[in-house]
Write a protein that binds this ligand. Structure first.
Ligand SMILES: [Zn+2]
Length: 552
């Protein structure tokens, strides 16, 4: 018998053989295994458990992932060698908008078909194909990195089990009065035709035109000068606001102004937040399309006018400008106002312009009906879990490094925190489990209903929106162990031990897991949060698949 020994060490074949050997012998499984007959929960009271931060299925892993894998594998192997029953739960995230966009792009490129042309059902099937293709690449890469996960417990956020957890969480919160439907100003991406989160909007300094014009007062030749960078939104104004103490304008408070070209009558109001230094010191109020104006309108009880269609063309509220693209309307309206003698001047102006990180086009704030989680009661409990007791030993959750506790407290501060908008206008994700009948009754249930719970109409339709990706990843530490069922895994491995992730998602992910864990399971989902730094590119930007600045 002869063995050929290669002249140089070939890590590729050696490592993959070694990994295969580890995996086949079940050495990544916990030493005390609830799924085996010899399991004895009393033998080791405390297993060591980490739920992997699930990578998105949108592509391949990069250096940033390599770092968290190394840190977590270190902790896992340390505890395994100490003899603790140790479990590292692997899995991946369906990553709503990121995946949907990748699949849409590929469809357009290879088949010249849009998502709408394909239809919802077929499109979702394409997303699943994408997941099967790329999900495996991610898992192979994790294996190549040597990650000693228990692959028999691998989970995906859209799996049947995890989808049932999402349904249970939604219905539970709804029944507790912690989920409601309401109006909200969202960042609308006209190109993607969906709402994008604040996270997905980038603000760039750009030179734009500031338009000065006259807000004529009713039955008068007097006017209030106002400046705007978005003249087309004049058509949606519902007030002109000035500061109480501004002697140039405060004599006009309570009078009526006339919307240019539309001749609609609106009030002149006072508001303390008006910045007297900006532009002319008087401002137009467009609550339907500006977050600050929306707040003012809430305080003053102003009506809200929505101006745009989903593709950012003007709707019927724009009168003669209906159907025009927002930028075409801007030109036409301004030309008409010039002819009517309502313009004053234009000047160049540098300001922050919000653009969609993924689509690149200017984001338009719009009012729409969305689903929300009432966050304050959940945030209070999550604050207490980190604050309570004296010293690290007594707290239920400890954050390392400690300086991030302050960041966490700021995020969850009752004065600051806003209700969580959980609906997204996408197809790839957990569809909202609410059905509507023609009379507008809502039916919410753990199982798909066949009729309206109120009037028993069979004519019911499910809400077309899906849930924010963070809603399902917020359940990750317990949904991956079988919750809502009291499985042997859940009983033994939950609460988990350490949550290790990047500091940039302390609020978006970690805080949500703590809030939902406390509410749904009655326990903090882990005792320690360990935050690592981010691997950045040469320009200091976080590496991300969407930015395309990653190193595999
Ligand atoms: Zn009904």
């Amino acid at each position: 018998m002869s063995i050929t020994i290669p002249k140089t060490y070939d890590f590729k074949s050696t490592e993959s053989q070694l990994y295969q050997w580890w995996e086949e012998n079940g050495w990544f499984k916990p030493s005390n295994e609830p799924q085996k007959p010899d399991f004895d929960p009393a033998r080791f009271a405390k297993p060591f458990v980490i739920s992997i931060p699930p990578p998105n299925v949108t592509g391949e892993l990069h250096l940033g992932h390599a770092m968290f894998v190394a840190v977590e594998d270190l902790m896992i192997r340390y505890h395994r060698m100490k003899g603790d029953p140790t479990l590292w739960v692997p899995g991946s995230d369906h990553a709503g908008i990121a995946t949907q966009l990748q699949v849409e792009k590929e469809l357009l490129r290879t088949e010249e078909v849009t998502r709408e042309e394909l239809g919802r059902e077929k499109f979702v099937e394409r997303c699943w194909e994408w997941k099967r293709k790329y999900g495996d690449i991610i898992y192979d890469q994790l294996r190549r990195l040597g990650a000693s996960c228990d692959w028999s417990r691998e989970r995906f956020t859209l799996d049947d089990g995890l989808s049932r957890a999402v349904r249970e969480a939604f219905v539970h919160l709804y029944e507790r009065g912690l989920i409601y439907r309401g109006p909200r100003l969202i960042n609308w991406s006209p190109g993607l035709k969906t709402a994008v989160s604040d996270l997905e909007v980038e603000y760039n300094e750009e030179e734009v035109t500031l338009y000065y014009f006259k807000y004529m007062l009713k039955d008068s030749t007097e006017y209030i000068p106002v400046a705007t960078v978005r003249p087309e939104t004049i058509l949606g104004d519902t007030a002109v606001a000035v500061h109480h103490d501004d002697e140039r304008y405060n004599q006009f408070i309570g009078r009526t102004a006339i919307v240019p070209m539309l001749k609609r009558e609106i009030p002149v109001i006072a508001d303390a937040t008006v910045n007297r230094e900006f532009g002319t010191g008087a401002v137009k109020i467009t609550p339907g399309h500006d977050p600050a104006d929306y707040e003012i309108a809430q305080r003053a009880g102003l009506s809200i006018i929505s101006l745009f269609n989903k593709d950012a063309t003007l709707n019927e509220n724009a009168g003669p400008y209906a159907g025009q693209d927002r930028f075409v309307c801007r030109k036409n309206l301004w030309a008409d106002m010039e002819r009517a003698g309502l313009t004053i001047k234009t000047e160049k102006y540098v300001t922050q312009i919000p653009r969609s990180q993924r689509g690149g086009e200017i984001v338009e704030p719009m009012v729409s009906t969305q689903w929300f989680v009432k966050i304050k009661p959940l945030a209070e409990a999550a604050l207490a879990a980190v604050k309570d007791g004296v010293g690290a030993e007594r707290r239920r959750i400890r954050i390392v490094p400690e300086r991030f506790e302050k960041v966490y407290f700021n995020w969850l501060d009752a004065e600051r925190i806003k209700d969580w908008c959980i609906s997204r206008q996408l197809w790839w994700g957990h569809r909202i489990p609410v059905w509507y009948c023609p009379d507008g009754h809502m039916t919410v249930g753990r199982a798909d209903p066949t009729e309206c719970a109120t009037c028993h109409s069979k004519d019911i339709e499910q809400d077309p929106d899906v849930l924010d990706t963070w809603f399902s990843s917020g359940l990750w530490p317990f949904s991956t162990l079988g919750w809502p069922d009291q499985t042997p895994d859940l009983k033994y491995f939950y609460p988990t031990s350490v949550m290790e992730t990047g500091y940039d998602i302390l609020f978006f992910w970690v805080a949500r897991m703590i809030m939902l864990g406390l509410e749904l399971t009655g326990e903090a989902p882990f005792h320690t949060v360990y935050l690592h730094g981010l691997v950045r590119d040469g320009d200091g930007r976080k590496m991300s698949k969407t930015l395309g600045n990653v190193i595999d």
